[in-house]
Design a protein around this ligand. Structure first.
Ligand code: SF4
Length: 333
């Protein structure tokens, strides 16, 4: 069937949470712990796509979040050198998913696999206990874009509050030997998140808790999603500011805030970060033109081209570096 050839059935084929290569996720090997995501962020590109693909084959499916099965993963003998948790879901979306993530980490640690974990969820004591086994393999990014409860309840309705996410940073900063800890302000909604007062608060609070890295990136949306956000009074202004077609790692038609405006904002946010002892990076996969600037543009700052090549050297899984071309102005990558 012609349509089926074009669709990536991925996890929806058999609901197995196994490792897979995902070109749109920084060309990394990824793993999802659930189909769908309890946090329901209104800007999410990938979780709704996975649900839609699953529904094509399962018309009766009502959209519930389904924990994926771990049996194929647990039988696996070979692993890529790095696994990214998670691409189309949050690995700490609820208590069942946290427990499954713990099992996944234990298995990956036993094979010395590096882990990039990006989350807005809660780091329970049980999870931290496991992380303390191999903190040197853990690159953790906690998503906290705005300190305002109203904004977070509208834009990330199922995710933990600002206070709880900041408590995560505090707990993680206390883990000795953690390879990296990053506060991730992503995606920034123009006019809502990218205001000085908000950036100063989030960066200042993170710095006080011992964080020294930040990653920032602007909202990127399909035309259809932009229309949906235009219909919402709170996000209308942000949606209307996404006027520029943006070159990203994906071949999709995606819109974002104009590049020149982003540059002006990031120059100022970089100053705020520096005042707080924080090193800022942006995301070159969501905006290729950053690769021509002085900003560090690898949003996983520790997985540079050189690091990927080093990790690939003795692995049957090669990490693609074709999108990480160094530019002479770029001191970071
Ligand atoms: S937490 Fe991540 S995966 Fe979940 S809905 Fe939000 S953006 Fe999507």
């Amino acid at each position: 069937m012609e349509t089926e050839k074009r669709i990536n059935w991925g996890i929806s084929r058999d609901l197995q949470a196994d490792v897979r290569l995902e070109p749109n996720a920084c060309k990394l090997y990824v793993m999802d712990i659930s189909l769908g995501c309890p946090f329901q962020c209104i800007y999410c590109l990938f979780s709704p796509l996975e649900l839609m693909v699953y529904k094509i084959k399962n018309p009766g499916y009502q959209g519930d979040v389904l924990p994926l099965k771990l049996d194929r993963f647990l039988e696996r003998k070979e692993f890529p050198p790095v696994v990214y948790l998670s691409y189309a879901s949050d690995p700490l979306g609820n208590s069942t998913l946290i427990n499954n993530t713990i099992r996944v980490l234990e298995k990956l640690f036993s094979h010395h696999v590096h882990i990039l974990l990006i989350t807005k969820g809660i780091f329970t004591e049980e999870l931290l206990k496991v992380i303390r086994i191999r903190p040197d393999l853990m690159e953790v990014q906690v998503g906290v874009t705005n300190s305002g409860d109203r904004r977070n309840n509208i834009i990330e309705p199922g995710a933990p509050s600002y206070k709880k996410r900041m408590e995560n940073l505090k707990r993680l900063a206390a883990v000795k030997g953690l390879r990296s800890l990053v506060v991730r302000l992503d995606p920034l909604f123009p006019g809502i998140d990218d205001i000085e007062e908000n950036i100063k608060r989030v960066i200042g609070d993170a710095s006080d808790l011992g964080v020294n890295r930040a990653v920032m990136s602007y909202l990127v949306l399909t035309p259809g999603m932009r229309e949906n956000l235009r219909a919402n009074e709170f996000t209308r202004g942000a949606a209307e500011a996404l006027v520029e077609k943006t070159p990203t790692i994906s071949e999709q038609e995606l819109y974002s805030y104009p590049f020149d405006e982003k540059i002006k904002k990031f120059i100022h946010f970089d100053e705020i970060c520096q005042e707080n002892g924080i090193k800022m990076s942006v995301c070159g996969c969501k905006e290729h033109r950053f690769k021509e600037t002085r900003f560090g543009w690898t949003c996983f700052p520790f997985f540079t081209k050189e690091k990927r090549e080093e990790l690939s050297a003795n692995s049957p899984f090669k990490l693609d570096t074709s999108h990480l071309k160094c530019h002479e102005l770029n001191i970071e990558n």
